[in-house]
Design a protein around this ligand. Structure first.
Ligand SMILES: Cc1cc2nc3c(=O)[nH]c(=O)nc-3n(C[C@H](O)[C@H](O)[C@H](O)COP(=O)(O)OP(=O)(O)OC[C@H]3O[C@@H](n4cnc5c(N)ncnc54)[C@H](O)[C@@H]3O)c2cc1C
Length: 460
């Protein structure tokens, strides 16, 4: 028998879009954070903003927790329904509404897969730069909620830089259209800016208007090989000081390289190589790009690189990127469990941070892989472990990594968000007054506290 809640939701979206069976509900209880399983009482799959509005209105009236959820690739536990209640599945919002070539603007629903949107935009000769490594499965709505970054953020910035406007539903059931459809526009408070990165706690996004760019015609990629992560980290500043702004500059450390070997990733690293920087430049003139990638190679060699491998064709370039993108998953071939952090430090402190992470790993006898968007000072420090009993030790190591990042003038998260994973550390970074202001903002949007409760704020 369906519960009264399921029946009410069925009246809004149709019974076929309400999930109540235990085996179909289970996947809604997990994401890519490895933070455990929190199965909701019911999941609902709306198709229109009006249906989302009716669901939120109902849940506000009966004080029922609602957790927005999309592809569940999140790494901070944002989509986990920690207080049970309703999982609000946005994946049926899967329509690319339009790509306006003359305006350099695109409009898509929140459940569109990021990679699909990129391909549609590129087919029109345009470019949507945000490229989280999960782009084959994550959604635009999830990217907006987490303000996702990716390798190309170094040159092009993160999701925030491309969001012009949003259609969003407030917990009251009101539908708002924030921002603008034009490139410029400053009317009113920047509510779009507030909703980007709000981790599904202020409103549910149903449609996104994005700024687009002309598609760069030329791309060149090279892998610079080093003996150790500390050398590669130092080379990041050397590259940027050489007067070139690559679109990506990604670090891969020894443990990450070991994972690519164990999982037989397409690129085979030479034995002597203990770290690498994957560099990519783009532009509109082939000679210019070739000269820039050469300059990056030269800067790396001067900074102690063992060798520079330049991709000679598109297939080689794809292999390098696939090797990099798979690391998060391939690490599980070394140890079955991991907690992944994404601290950021000023670029000048990157080598210190890489050394700190290694020292913390040694202190706790844990393997820690460090890879990611080194050009932004953003390191994915993945603490690897084998058994659930190791977890307290892993949590201590993670806490040390976050504290080290703050000590070096950095932040606890560059792109994965606070969510469930880092809520106890937000105060440490931001202080009581700022956390208090954000709690009050949350209460303005969501007085009943139903939307994605139990996240972001310490003690929640
Ligand atoms: C292999 C791998 C690589 C990754 N690489 C990167 C990377 O390079 N850069 C990066 O930034 N992240 C990366 N991530 C993390 C993750 O992919 C991003 O955080 C992504 O934005 C999550 O999108 P999603 O659709 O999976 O959202 P989910 O995980 O389903 O949800 C994430 C958060 O968004 C909220 N949410 C989802 N949809 C909506 C909506 N429509 N309205 C309001 N709130 C919503 C949820 O409540 C939750 O808080 C990676 C993850 C994996 C597994």
């Amino acid at each position: 028998m369906r519960s009264p809640l399921a029946a009410d939701l069925g009246a809004i979206v149709g019974d076929e879009n309400v999930v109540v069976e235990a085996e179909r509900l289970r996947p809604y209880g997990r994401d890519e954070s490895d933070l455990g399983e929190f199965v909701p009482s019911v999941a609902v799959r709306p198709r229109t903003a009006a249906e989302v509005a009716a669901i939120l209105k109902l849940c506000t009236r009966i004080s029922m927790p609602v957790t927005p959820t999309a592809a569940r690739t999140g790494k901070s536990g944002g989509s986990l329904p920690v207080r049970g209640g309703v999982a609000l599945d946005l994946t049926r919002f899967d329509r690319i509404v339009e790509v306006r070539r003359d305006d350099l603007v695109g409009r898509a629903e929140a459940g569109v897969i990021t990679g699909d949107f990129q391909r549609a935009v590129e087919a029109a000769g345009l470019f949507y730069p945000p490229d989280p490594s999960s782009l084959a499965s994550c959604t635009l709505g999830g990217n907006v909620a987490e303000n996702a970054g990716g390798p190309r953020a170094l040159k092009y910035g993160v999701t925030r830089e491309y969001v012009l406007g949003l259609t969003a539903v407030l917990p009251s059931g009101e539908i708002v259209h924030t921002g603008k459809q034009t490139i410029k526009g400053v009317a009113g408070f920047d509510v779009t800016g507030l909703l980007v990165g709000s981790e599904g706690m202020l409103a549910v996004v149903t449609e996104i208007t994005s700024k687009l760019l002309p598609l760069p015609r030329e791309v060149r990629t090279a892998l610079c090989l080093f003996r150790a992560a500390v050398d590669a980290s130092r080379a990041v500043s050397a590259v940027l000081a050489a007067g070139v702004l690559p679109r990506a500059l990604e670090l891969i450390d020894e443990t990450a390289i070991a994972a690519t070997r164990a999982a037989k990733a397409p690129f085979r690293f030479p034995e002597a190589c203990g770290a690498a920087l994957l560099a990519e430049v783009d532009g509109y003139v082939a000679e210019g790009c070739a000269a820039e990638i050469e300059r990056i190679g030269a800067a790396c060699m001067e900074a102690g690189a063992l060798d520079v491998v330049a991709a000679q064709n598109e297939a080689q370039r794809r292999d390098l990127w696939e090797t990099r993108r798979r690391i998060s998953v391939d690490l599980k071939s070394l140890h079955p469990r991991k907690l992944s952090e994404d601290v950021v430090v000023p670029r000048s402190r990157l080598a210190e941070m890489a050394a700190e992470v290694q020292a913390i790993g040694r202190r706790f006898s844990l393997s820690v892989a460090c890879y990611g968007h080194a050009g932004d000072g953003n390191l994915h420090a993945n603490v690897l472990f084998d058994r659930p009993e190791d977890r307290p030790r892993v949590d201590e190591a993670v806490a040390e990594i976050l504290r080290a990042a703050l000590r070096l003038g950095g932040t606890i998260t560059g792109e994965h968000g606070v969510g469930l994973a880092k809520k106890e550390f937000l105060g440490l970074e931001q202080g009581e007054a700022l956390v208090g202001l954000q709690r009050r903002l949350k209460a303005v949007f969501d007085p009943a506290g139903i939307l994605n409760p139990g996240k972001m704020f310490p003690g929640e």
